[in-house]
Design a protein around this ligand. Sequence first.
Ligand code: ZN
Length: 229
Amino acid sequence: MLSDAAALITGRTDQHIESINERHGMHKVALPAFLKLQQKAKLDGFDLSLVSSFRSFDRQLAIWNRKYTGQATVLDINEQPVNLDDLSELDKIQAIMLFSALPGASRHHWGTDIDVYAPNLLPQGQSLQLEVWEYQEGGPMHPLSIWLNENAKSCGFFRPYDCFRGGVSEEPWHLSFAPVANGLQAALSEEIIEETIETATIEGKDAIIANLSNLFSTFITNVGVFPNE
Ligand SMILES: [Zn+2]
């Protein structure tokens, strides 16, 4: 039996989500903080917008299975396509987890975590790739990235993937609302993930279960924290 907390953590309910528009929703408590951050950004000339927000377990599962079966591209740390055919089951899983969370273990399930950009910084005719270079010096989103360094914290947001720690890639676009996300992260356990994977129709199930402890500590809990001064 799935507890309410486990259902929320693993993306199998959207009862905590307030819808923003047809494409986006956020945790009820995180949304007002995001709107405040968006307002601050506007004053400084950034049209702070969402790329991704809440994502359900089923959507993450679809992404996972498409990547695992080669229907969607998997990128390496240099953002080059990986040929999964040559990889062992575990290598395949680790390659996918560099950029895509294990279903049930995505912070996007919580509604507290969002991927952001500022469309008004994109050169005309250029669309966002959501790649690291775009947020680095010389990239179109660099001014926004600098602005977030200085301002995200004042609204409770931090970057769990601020740098590469040997698990998930650096994701400068990914923000997390600490006042809610920290509690959910603390409640997330290997047992909850194991139960979730066991009952799912997921590619690579046996190898995921066999290596779960390692995957859990390398990719799921291995994140940045809200900066305290
Ligand atoms: Zn993200």
